[in-house]
Design a protein around this ligand. Structure first.
Ligand code: HEM
Ligand code: NAG
Ligand code: NAG
Length: 325
């Protein structure tokens, strides 16, 4: 079987050379095998993001949602099939809100033309999230993203539900959810700063933030009550901006919003419920450049969660379906 002998030869190469590529991720992983890949992905992301900034928000969130379920392995991209009718993609944390899949398809097409069969979909998701952060931050958040992830073959509805933190989580639950992925409380606070861009559906916050007493700013609450139905349904579930001040800029405005109680989710407001996380919010809000620096590091850390490398997984030909085995 071709794939078995390929796996064996990769395993042997790893054992003999102890190549760093076999041990984990590395920056510039494709410099020999596909030298233009990062430029190709960046150009695709640029096209889409400059047309619609919201797609950039979607790509950053997609990277998070990929990494928290089965590791960063492109599992979030897999479409339903008769053999697997309920993939991650259809799970409530992802459906219908997760967006940007067409960017990954376009990038994969362009990459396959340049270097067929070489670059994983998981790495394209990581590059695309990184590039979206670059463009939405007006070229200030520039991340060296290690690569070498391989694509998974499992994508499970229930696992997405179980591993992605919902917006009603309190601080203890949030910290535990990130700790389960090897990320600490500061990573959680820093990565939550991505809520400085993009939108939320009303259904993600109405019941626990508007329908009952909450600490949400009264002026923001009244705006949101005008934008959102009291009982959002699938047929009537509008979206609202997450950051009412600079909705399309990836910046530290999120932390100022948290301090002003102008954030949508219980999980955002929860950052002010312990002294340690409150101090992190204050620092990110007040110290120029601090958040951008920490965000870069936490994105790289997130990008290493549960990765498949070496002979694990596969290089998917089409990001929406697993290869024929
Ligand atoms: C800390 C726990 C987190 C919770 C509970 C959470 C929850 C949510 C929810 C409920 C939405 C709105 C979905 C909708 O209704 O449309 C959302 C949007 C978003 N989240 Fe998070 N999130 C968390 C962490 C993160 C992280 C770590 C990132 C990335 C680093 C991220 C990036 C985003 C982005 C960019 C959006 C806007 C997406 C768009 O406009 O398409 N979130 N999040
Ligand atoms: C999905 O994951 C759950 C929980 O790990 C497991 O019980 C279930 O059998 C899985 N479903 C499929 C179709 O593999
Ligand atoms: C968070 O929620 C869990 C589960 O509902 C609860 O047991 C815990 O006491 C809560 N913690 C805080 C700090 O509110």
């Amino acid at each position: 079987m071709a794939s078995a002998s390929l796996k064996l030869s990769i395993a042997l190469t790893c054992a003999l050379l102890l190549s760093s590529a076999c041990l984990g991720l590395e920056v510039g992983y494709y410099k020999k095998s596909c030298p233009r890949v990062e430029a190709i992905v960046r150009d695709e992301v640029k096209k889409f993001v400059y047309k619609n900034a919201g797609i950039g928000a979607g790509l950053i969130r997609m990277f998070f949602h990929d990494c928290f379920v089965q590791g960063c392995d492109g599992s979030v991209l897999l479409d339903p099939t008769p053999a697997n009718p309920q993939p991650e993609k259809l799970s409530p944390p992802n459906f219908p809100s997760l967006r940007g899949f067409e960017v990954i398809d376009a990038a994969k097409d362009a990459v396959e033309k340049a270097c067929p069969g070489v670059v994983s979909c998981a790495d394209i998701v990581a590059f695309a999230g990184r590039d979206a952060a670059y463009f939405l931050s007006r070229l200030t958040v520039k991340i060296n993203m290690p690569a070498g992830r391989r694509d998974g073959r499992i994508s499970n509805f229930t696992e997405a539900l179980a591993n992605l933190p919902p917006p009603f989580f309190n601080i203890t639950q949030l910290i535990a959810s990130f700790a389960a992925k090897g990320l600490d409380a500061e990573d959680m606070v820093v990565l939550s700063g991505a809520h400085t861009i993009g939108v939320s559906h009303c259904s993600s916050f109405v019941s626990d933030r508007l329908a009952v007493p909450s600490d949400i700013n009264a002026a923001l609450a009244s705006v949101l009550r005008r934008q959102c139905p009291a009982n959002p349904t699938q047929a009537n579930d509008p979206t609202v901006n997450q950051d009412v001040v600079t909705p399309n800029a990836l910046d530290n405005q999120y932390y100022k919003n948290v301090l002003a109680h102008k954030v949508l989710f219980t999980s955002d407001a929860a950052l002010l419920t312990t002294p340690a996380t409150t101090q992190m919010v204050l620092d990110n809000a007040n110290i120029r450049g601090l958040w951008e620096d920490k965000f870069k590091k936490s994105m790289v850390k997130m990008g290493a969660i549960g990765v498949k490398t070496g002979y694990q997984g596969e290089i998917r030909r089409n990001c929406r379906v697993v290869n024929r085995s």
